[in-house]
Design a protein around this ligand. Structure first.
Ligand SMILES: *Cc1c(COP(=O)(O)O)cnc(C)c1O
Length: 412
């Protein structure tokens, strides 16, 4: 059940192509997810430009909706939030020796630490004469970032030594789950057990932890036993489902991004017309083609032929190859289409039934409340996941925002 009725965002007719971000949907998704995860605190993960939704706008919305924390992968992403005037607690967890730890400490950004970072953090602290807040990361089984279990005690001891010197404060212990999107798999239980052990080691060494945290979106939704003191939620706040077999609506979430443009051409063609590079699609009968002026430079996967485009309430699959700037839909054998230009160059008369026409709004995906296409259909067409589709919508597509913080109203 959806926690609120989301209107379908209206594309701004002044924009040729746009990703409309419904901030009230994000605020409501956060409120819904907070209800599921309370009393744990809530971190809105806004890395990668908030999964393509706009980091600053989403971060401001998240804080207003009650998120106590923000999360980014990179320090540079966290610094951009600070530059925008956002002073909520921020944690960054993916560093290289080239990361600007000094700027992070100077800007009060909490730092994830898997091991080697500790000396870099302490170096920045000594230069600034200002302590750092550190969250130690344990690899409980994902096999990526995080301290391996055999080195955990040594990392904890080193960090607690620096804490006694007043250089850092160990405020958190965290880890990341590998298969939380498949709740039936046993590895999450193993990771949970290893996480508890790692926390116990830190606490036995004297760490007075503010936050122990493990859960991402799928674990927040399906495993309350992973919530601990803080959940780190990315995908869910954008209204998308992490589970292959459960929709946003079934989870009470509303997709926040609508991707829309306007048809660049409607053209009547005869049977046998090949379409787009490779001529992989050939019209079976006389028909009207609609030209959608978005392509892989806008972040639409080139392999996603068959992805849905909604025009005038009807959803059409993309036919032929998706190119850098454009793709084509087959609008069907309308005898005549208003505004369409036939190959002979004659305009359809003004009295013919209105069909899709030059300039008609074309929606690639949205919140689905009008039965329109969903980002998951594009993910399926491209052989990927919803995370990747929204995150890769490129900067060539302007973002526009609706439902800002002041409009979200309380409970609805
Ligand atoms: C990206 C990320 C998250 C958020 O994951 P979602 O599945 O989008 O909720 C949480 N924690 C860490 C460490 C991450 O890198």
């Amino acid at each position: 059940m959806s926690p609120f009725v989301a209107p379908v965002p209206e594309p701004d007719s002044g924009l040729e192509r746009q990703a409309i971000i419904d901030l009230s949907a994000i605020a409501n998704n956060i409120r819904h997810l907070r209800e599921l995860s309370a009393p744990a605190q809530f971190m809105a993960v806004v890395k990668a430009d908030a999964y393509g939704h706009g980091a600053v706008q989403v971060a401001q919305t998240a804080v207003a909706a009650g998120a106590q924390w923000l999360g980014t992968a990179h320090i540079a992403e966290a610094l951009a939030l600070r530059e925008a005037g956002i002073d909520a607690p921020v944690l960054s967890w993916l560093h290289t020796p080239l990361s600007d730890f000094t700027a992070a400490v100077a800007n009060n950004i909490d730092l994830g630490c898997s091991g080697w970072e500790l000396e870099h953090i302490v170096g920045a602290v000594r230069a600034l004469e200002r302590p750092a807040r550190v969250h130690l990361k344990i690899d409980t089984g994902l096999g990526r970032n995080g301290c391996s279990r055999e080195h955990w005690s040594a990392l904890v001891d080193a960090a607690m030594g620096y804490q006694r010197e007043g250089l850092i404060r160990v405020v958190g212990v965290f880890s990341h789950l590998a298969v939380a999107d498949a709740p039936e798999r046993p590895e999450t239980d193993e990771q949970l057990e290893r996480f508890r052990e790692a926390v116990a080691v830190a606490e036995a060494a004297g760490a007075d932890l503010e936050v122990r945290h493990l859960a991402n979106t799928p674990a927040t939704l399906s495993r309350p036993d992973t919530h601990f003191d803080l959940v780190r939620v990315g995908l869910g706040i954008y209204g998308l489902s992490p589970f292959p077999d459960r929709t946003s609506a079934q989870l009470g979430l509303v997709p926040a991004m609508t991707l829309a443009t306007h048809l660049a051409l409607c053209k009547n063609v005869p049977a046998g017309q090949g379409v787009s590079y490779g001529l992989n699609y050939v019209t079976a009968a006389p028909t009207t083609l609609g030209l959608v002026p978005m392509g892989y430079a806008d972040g639409i996967p080139r392999v996603a032929t068959g992805g849905p485009v909604r025009v005038n309430g009807i959803t059409y699959p993309v036919v032929g190859r998706i190119a850098m700037d454009q793709m084509v839909i087959d609008l069907g054998p309308h005898a005549e289409v208003a505004g369409a230009v036939s190959d002979s160059g004659s305009e359809a008369g003004p009295d013919v039934a209105a069909g899709p026409a030059l300039g008609a709004t074309a929606v690639l995906f949205g919140n689905g409340h009008d039965g329109g296409p969903l980002v998951e259909q594009w993910a399926d067409a491209a052989g990927t996941i919803n995370y990747e589709v929204v995150t890769r919508i490129s900067q060539r597509v302007p973002r526009s925002y609706t439902g800002g913080v002041e409009c979200t109203g309380g409970d609805q």
